[in-house]
Write a protein that binds this ligand. Structure first.
Ligand SMILES: [Zn+2]
Length: 127
């Protein structure tokens, strides 16, 4: 009888996706939010989760951007929820850039990129 074991699991919770800048294509693209981890179990009860990798993946070309930590992953899933609502209501360029600034700052910790996205949002507002 096997009472303990493990495996590897990939998931994309609720088909989460966020708009972000694909530096491979130099285009705005939609990125899927992914997590992959190894886990162990005893009597079918999950006991550990380790070797966790989290990333954003361009849905167009597959370009990957690593998410540095768990909070960033949670932020990505939350921003995906905002995006799903926004997408239904024809987002303005300004809203889109503000969302990208959030992804850069809260998900990836790329503060300089967040500043660039914010100034793009301001420019859209003036246009
Ligand atoms: Zn791409």
């Amino acid at each position: 009888m096997i009472i303990w074991g493990g495996g590897r699991k990939s998931k994309n919770p609720d088909d989460s996706a966020v708009p972000f800048w694909c530096s491979n294509e130099s285009e705005l693209r939609l990125f899927g939010v992914f997590e992959n981890y190894r886990y162990g179990h005893v009597y079918g009860i999950r006991v550990a989760k380790w070797n966790v990798f989290r990333w954003l993946e361009c849905q167009d070309c597959g370009f990957k951007v690593a998410i540095p930590n768990k909070d960033g992953f949670a932020a990505a899933v939350a921003i995906s929820g905002t995006w799903k609502v926004l997408r239904e209501n024809s987002p303005t360029g300004q809203q889109l850039w503000q969302l990208i600034a959030k992804v850069a700052e809260c998900v990836l910790g790329q503060y300089e990129l967040a500043e660039v996205a914010r100034s793009n949002a301001l420019n859209e507002h003036e246009a």
